[in-house]
Design a protein around this ligand. Structure first.
Ligand SMILES: C[S@@+](CC[C@H](N)C(=O)[O-])C[C@H]1O[C@@H](n2cnc3c(N)ncnc32)[C@H](O)[C@@H]1O
Length: 261
């Protein structure tokens, strides 16, 4: 199968909201939010979420007391995010939302304690330019959090789902582009490449996580709350440990801008 990456997210419609609130989407948001919040610590931080979609991470980080700016290319997604923020007056005063593009972010260098970009660069032609644009905005002591498709795990979802021909084609070619569950072509990166890009932009890579290791192929997964909690803790434990993390559908690359001596 020959595929070329697309960034036409407007075609997804309501599919993303359904995915995001389902078990598999929750796993992704819970694991990445837990990690970002742990890296930020107790202080109230300035956070930028680029490609914030319908605002899931914006809501979570603002609810934790941080001041969050969400930037989004799709006006439809931005409206969904604005509606969700407006529905929660507790956080609304800490949130700013704006239409914008990862390739043209109108902020000063070092303006944010955390720059978050989750599930975006997999829709873009490559990660080199986006990571450079994101990294420059990270303040000294701050972190960059990038979640994208894990190139190491190509074909795993398809094999576990019984789509062996597609799995074999991907495994044998190692091709990083395939059509995801939302019907849009996605492109993968290796954790090593993301760490290299962080270094190239003056950041120090922190341990990366594999996200959605055991549940990625469970598209009809509808766990009870108790099952979900157990699954989340199991995924969390595996997310930072090899050989499990290499098989995560997504890679969560985190890097810090260290103070220079
Ligand atoms: C899969 S959604 C992820 C949304 C959110 N970050 C999350 O994790 O739930 C990808 C989002 O990236 C946005 N996007 C795509 N290309 C972008 C770009 N060049 N600049 C900013 N946002 C972009 C899309 O409009 C879409 O809302």
């Amino acid at each position: 199968m020959t595929t070329t990456p697309s960034s036409d997210f407007a075609t997804v419609g309501t599919g993303y909201a359904a995915y995001s609130s389902g078990g598999r989407g929750r796993l992704r948001h819970d694991i990445t939010a837990r990690r970002v919040l742990a890296e930020l610590g107790e202080r109230s931080a300035r956070v930028l979420d680029v490609g914030c979609g319908d605002g899931e991470m914006v809501l979570r980080l603002a609810a934790a007391g941080h001041h969050v700016t969400g930037v989004e290319k799709s006006s439809g997604m931005l409206t969904s995010a604005a509606d969700r923020v407006a529905a929660d007056p507790e956080i609304a005063g800490r949130v700013t939302l704006a239409e914008g593009d990862v390739y043209d972010l109108p902020f000063e260098d070092g303006a944010f304690d955390a720059v978050v970009c989750h599930g975006v660069v997999m829709y873009l032609p490559d990660s080199v330019a986006p990571l450079a644009h994101l990294a420059r905005l990270v303040a000294v002591g701050g972190v960059l959090s990038v979640l994208t498709k894990n190139q190491l795990a190509v074909g795993v979802r398809e094999a576990l789902s019984g789509d062996y021909a597609s799995a074999r084609a991907q495994i044998e070619s190692g091709q990083a582009a395939s059509v995801g569950n939302l019907g849009i072509t996605t492109r993968g990166d290796t954790p090593e490449h993301l760490d290299d890009l962080a270094r190239a932009n003056g950041l120090t890579p922190l341990p990366w996580q594999g996200v959605r290791i055991f549940h990625d192929h469970r598209t009809d997964w509808k766990p009870t709350e108790e099952e979900y909690r157990e699954a989340l803790e199991t995924e969390w434990a595996a997310s930072s440990r090899s050989p499990y993390r290499e098989l995560g559908r997504l890679v969560h690359a985190v890097a810090r801008r260290e103070a220079t001596a």
